[in-house]
Ligand binder design. Structure first.
Ligand code: C5P
Length: 309
């Protein structure tokens, strides 16, 4: 990875890439580490709600980054630019500049990994624009440096993640994943990941063995018993934001088979059919709530899903 890349003629000069988001079908917190992160075990699933990242290699000038979503930083604190800088310096290509446009649909502070997905997509895209100097293993290694959730987005769509989240073990697409409806309900209040981790009460953690939960999902897919849909970050998120617990309770009265918070919140994912109850109609009409109809996605080839599903 040390010598500068010779940009060969087959490398594209621009790419338009889909950047999916994720839900956590279960998330167990195992304990706090000396580096202040938490060891966790979680089953990640990619979903069809996502953003579009356009990257163009430019021959002169400097990097340019724009984003349609107000509030998203467009300076070097954005994970996309951090990813670009990391792969560029690792491959000795600091002289190559990029014009980047991020069209976001996935809300921020939602527990859907939107920013992490953008970073993984940027690593993939820049690698391609540079003529693929890095192997998939090298991209995976860099992704872990960018954030705990970034590595998952280099998977094929379903993965069991451990460590602080960056140790990614791919598993086959879940049996029921092709047809299950996944409705994302996002209240217009966000929670930052560190805030939720700080509010953890270690006495409230589930006692379920993550390997056993994983086995259940592996054999039964999303048809597992309700008790296996566990997210240890729900309790601290609800203590920070009681309105979120109220929303989950309302959603639980609809016809969905599962209603659970994703990641550190504040999205709630609902599997199955909503039904057409008055409660559901009222939730859909609320100005403080966004609803996204999504499905699980898994890719079979390297390119698939970077092309919009
Ligand atoms: O890795 P990432 O930058 O996404 O993490 C953001 C913050 O979330 C960390 O600084 C930490 O406070 C918290 N976190 C944690 N344990 C993890 C992942 C994140 O405590 N496994």
């Amino acid at each position: 990875m040390s010598s500068p890349t010779l940009l060969h003629s087959t490398a594209p000069s621009s790419l338009r890439l889909f950047s999916p988001s994720k839900i956590n079908l279960f998330l167990r917190i195992l304990g706090k580490r000396p580096d202040n992160y938490h060891d966790l075990s979680s089953l990640f699933q990619a979903i069809s709600l996502g953003d579009i990242l356009e990257i163009e290699r430019v021959d002169s000038g400097d990097d340019d980054f724009s984003c349609n979503m107000p509030g998203v930083p467009t300076d070097s604190s954005n994970l996309v630019l951090k990813a670009v800088n990391l792969i560029r310096s690792r491959t000795n290509n600091n002289n190559v500049k990029f014009s980047i446009n991020l069209n976001k649909k996935c809300p921020a502070q939602a527990g859907l990994g939107g920013g992490s997905a953008n970073a993984a997509t940027a690593l993939y895209g820049v690698n391609k624009l540079l003529g693929k100097p890095c192997t998939q293993e090298e991209l995976i290694e860099m992704s872990g440096e960018l954030g705990s959730d970034v590595t998952f987005f280099l998977s094929k769509g379903t993965a069991y993640c451990t460590g602080r989240g960056e140790i990614m073990n791919e598993i086959p697409a879940l049996k029921t994943s092709a047809d299950v409806k996944c409705t994302i309900v996002k209240i217009n209040l966000g929670l930052s990941t560190p805030t939720v981790f700080k509010a953890l009460d270690y006495d409230q953690l589930s006692s379920k063995d993550p390997e056993e939960i994983l086995k259940q999902f592996g054999s039964k897919g999303t048809e597992v018993a309700e008790e296996y849909f566990v997210n240890d970050l729900e309790a601290p998120a609800f203590s920070c934001l009681p309105k979120l617990l109220e929303l989950k309770k309302l959603l639980s009265t609809c016809s969905f088979s599962t209603v659970m918070m994703s990641g550190s919140g504040t999205s709630i994912f609902c599997l199955g059919e909503s039904g057409d109850s008055q409660v559901w109609k009222e939730i859909c009409g609320r100005e403080d709530v966004m609803v996204f109809e999504t499905r699980f996605i898994n890719r079979r080839s390297e390119e698939e899903w970077y092309d919009e599903p």
